[in-house]
Write a protein that binds this ligand. Structure first.
Ligand code: URA
Length: 239
């Protein structure tokens, strides 16, 4: 692989910046400065330094984001801001969000370039639990939440798998409910509440966890961080 392509794939800088930086002598290969951006490298078997720092080869990169409301869970959009627009300029270009949170939803969103793992995490057959904090207007009853626990029909031909539901607070002003589902169909949580009552229009929807991973409280909305090796392993151990 070309040196400039390798460095841009690893998210160091854009290819055009790298070409200039390499020509300036800011990159070394096995201890020798290289000034040719097209030089062929085998990143798994050589040491590459950019501005004196090792650029470690990573086949897969995994991140957790605290998705803010108001951005799309997609890689790019001509008009609206996406979660990948929140990444620094020089992120690797093959990242994608694992599943979707609606534009007005927030919370834990995994972003990675590992298609096999993402596919498994999203498969309803794998029974990966996703926990949401939901706010609705009005007072909800345990009988209503029992309908979630039994598996509620929430669209003409859609019946949810039995969900877990826990009321955190409830009064005439509004209710806070924690709901755990193992699927992730389009607008599923919102539709499940509307199936109970047309008054239950979700006003806040925050994903708190996905499988073994919990939203990191240190991440402000819009912030993201790499998953630790233990967190990646915990995801892989789900299957
Ligand atoms: N269910 C929804 O309705 N919206 C989301 O963003 C996630 C789950």
């Amino acid at each position: 692989m070309r040196l400039d392509k390798y460095l841009s794939d690893m998210g160091v800088e854009s290819r055009s910046v790298l070409k200039k930086e390499i020509r300036k002598g800011l990159v070394s290969l096995n201890g020798e400065v290289v000034k040719d951006p097209s030089v062929d490298v085998d990143p798994q078997h050589c040491e590459i330094l950019y501005k004196g720092e090792v650029v470690q080869y990573e086949a897969f990169s995994y991140y957790m984001m605290n998705k803010p409301t108001g951005v799309l869970s997609s890689t790019e959009d001509r008009k609206q801001k996406t979660v990948l627009d929140l990444f620094s300029e020089n992120h690797r270009k093959d990242l994608f969000p694992v599943g979707r949170l609606d534009k007005d939803s927030e919370g834990l969103l995994l972003i990675m370039n590992d298609g096999t793992l993402a596919h498994k995490l999203l498969s309803p057959k794998m029974h990966i639990e996703k926990k949401y904090l939901v706010e609705i207007p009005g007072k909800i009853s345990e009988e209503e939440l029992d309908r979630f626990r039994q598996g509620i029909q929430y669209d003409t031909d859609l019946v949810a798998m039995p969900a877990k539901a826990r009321c955190l607070s409830s009064s005439e002003e509004g209710s806070q409910v924690e709901v755990i589902i193992m699927e992730g169909k389009f607008h599923q949580i919102k539709k499940m509440f509307l199936a109970l009552s047309p008054d239950y229009v979700v006003s806040k929807l925050q994903r708190l966890s996905m499988g073994p991973l919990h939203l990191d409280p240190a991440l402000a909305p819009g912030e993201y961080r790499k998953l630790s090796e233990e967190e990646v392993q915990a995801l892989k151990n789900c299957f």
